[in-house]
Write a protein that binds this ligand. Structure first.
Ligand code: SF4
Ligand code: SF4
Ligand code: SF4
Length: 275
């Protein structure tokens, strides 16, 4: 029985994604959803399984499997704009498809269950940023988080302006918005990472999606907790955290509580198995 235990959590995760896949396939009468959510569910389940087997690159494997699928297959080949501009676009057209479903599952309601798991395991921007050398921030966090509200507002204003101006060939504009938007995000993310010596600086200060992710992840069901009986206050967990989370404080109001990307670096590095 014991040898099957390591399959339980990945199997449960696969089951949850399969339930979403089958429900959307049948309700939307579109087999794409069966393929899409089965693939993502398989990638996540594989990552959990590898993590449980102690494979140190498990998270990176999921990031590449999901991130490349969304960026290359959905974005470039299928012309689905999965960025925030794509979300506004489909929302304004009243289409409950593609980016709207993606945002609902991964970024608006999903974080109530799995917090900012999207940021740790699936985002194609972070997929590249995590290759950079500054995995742990060497400087204190800056008070620049307000920039995310500006980029959020700009994305909304951009798409609203296209509709108000009754722009022609809006689908083509959205495709180019996807290409240019991604290029700008990657450029800003890489420049900031080197400037602040912090791979995740873009996530902390610029990313507009965090305006959705942060409030929902405050209530997240899955969160890292500290066993105070085991903890010896060595501080190692905070030193390795890429997002400056005060993970030994179990309250939901802990410092940078809504920044945790569930990367498990703190768990892996705790010498007392307190997390
Ligand atoms: S904060 Fe934004 S860029 Fe960073 S991982 Fe999350 S969604 Fe991606
Ligand atoms: S690494 Fe473990 S023992 Fe050390 S402070 Fe963090 S939770 Fe406590
Ligand atoms: S190191 Fe721990 S607290 Fe920090 S982001 Fe990763 S999982 Fe969250």
């Amino acid at each position: 029985m014991k040898q099957y235990k390591k399959f339980l959590l990945p199997a449960l995760m696969l089951l949850i994604f399969e339930a979403v896949a089958v429900t959307l396939w049948l309700t939307k009468d579109n087999i794409f959803y069966l393929f899409n959510f089965s693939y993502i569910g398989f990638s996540v389940a594989l990552g959990i399984f590898l993590y449980m087997k102690g494979y140190k690159h498990a998270r990176r494997i999921v990031q590449l499997l999901v991130g490349l699928y969304m960026l290359v297959y959905l974005g470039l080949i299928k012309n689905e704009n999965m960025q925030i501009e794509g979300f506004w676009y489909y929302l304004f057209t009243g289409t409950f498809e593609a980016a709207v479903i993606h945002y609902a599952v991964a970024k608006i309601f999903g974080p109530l269950i799995f917090g900012r798991g999207w940021c740790g395991y699936a985002c194609w921007t972070a997929m590249v940023l995590d290759f950079l050398p500054y995995k742990v921030p060497s400087q204190p966090r800056k008070k620049l988080g307000w920039i995310r509200y500006v980029t959020f507002a700009l994305s909304l204003v951009f798409v609203a302006a296209l509709f108000l101006a009754k722009a022609g060939n809006i689908e083509k504009i959205m495709f180019w918005a996807f290409i240019i938007g991604n290029t700008l995000y990657y450029a800003a993310g890489i420049i900031l990472a080197f400037a602040f010596k912090d791979n995740r600086a873009f996530c902390k200060y610029i990313c507009p999606v965090t305006v959705f992710l942060k409030p929902a992840s405050y209530f997240s069901l899955f969160r890292i907790k500290c066993d105070k009986e085991k903890c010896v206050s060595c501080g190692k967990c905070k030193k390795v955290c890429p997002m400056d989370v005060d993970v030994t404080d179990n309250s939901r109001k802990r410092l940078n509580a809504t920044e945790c990307i569930l990367c498990m670096e703190c768990v892996k590095n705790c010498p007392k198995d307190a997390l």
